[in-house]
Design a protein around this ligand. Sequence first.
Ligand code: NAD
Ligand code: MG
Length: 298
Amino acid sequence: MTTDQYTFTDPTKLYSSIKTTAQYQEGPGLDADLDNKADLGEDTYRGSGRLIGRKALVTGGDSGIGAATAIAFAREGADVAISYLPEEEEDAQRIVGLITAAGQQALALPGDLKDPAYCRDIVAQTVEAFGGLDILVNNGGKQQHVEDLADLSDEQFDDTFKTNVYAMFWLSKAALPHLKPGSTIINTSSIQAYSPSENLVDYATTKASINAFSKALAQQLGVKGIRVNVVAPGPVWTPLQTAGGQPTKALKEFGQDTPLGRAGQPAELAPAFVFLASAESSYVVGETLNVNGGMPTP
Ligand code: NAD
Ligand code: MG
């Protein structure tokens, strides 16, 4: 069963037709190659004008949570730039098509978030193309499970931090001169920030860093009328998980240990980003919105 974000439904029964199965993808993974396909809200998300005239940059906007967010932002009336790795062009072009179909401008920005010059450049390109920037969503992320610390390479540790933490810093810093009062930064954390898995040492550490960075920056920027908030997903069915985020054999049971007994879909995350991006959340600052199927958080 799938639904839009308004229909009265039993959350334990939702998306029961989308089975998470054991599978593996090389590289960053594609939504196009996900079996079964995740729900990005492409057939269901209904906008209600909450982001009319806004200009957004969403990293990792080609697939998963970022793609669902990009679709929702466009249907709420925002122009949306998406950042992604060059090998994800197929997914990115589909999302560009959906943004355009919503009547909004789309900007495709392939490149590597580990490169500070790229981070600065995509902010400049978004401002140039749209005439400004009001919403920055730091959502691109790297997650590779490693069972033993001895096998966690210096290179992976560095890459995970560069992608998940440094890029957020570089992008926030580059965006700041363009963010007028009313603008928002939304960072994607994880349940891993509070409840770290033994095989995700580097990843979980970056997610705790994202939380601390966001709370500190929220205090610094609140006085300027710029709100910083966080969305912390639980287990969500995306290519990240099938591309080494989890051990392949763990995917069949993915999300079943949550109180709702299932994995979340990207479409269920997008409304949290819309809320934090829009003026509906005008008094919400430095907050973490946990969208995780009921896993306890501090
Ligand atoms: P996803 O694979 O669909 O999205 C992650 C994106 O990150 C990729 O599409 C890719 O474009 C981008 N990315 C990774 N490395 C990059 C690099 N070096 N340069 C440029 N782009 C890069 O998976 P997702 O699950 O939607 O992930 C989105 C965010 O959600 C991530 O920050 C992830 O940590 C977080 N998250 C996911 C889950 C989950 O269960 N899926 C849970 C908690 C948090
Ligand atoms: Mg992707």
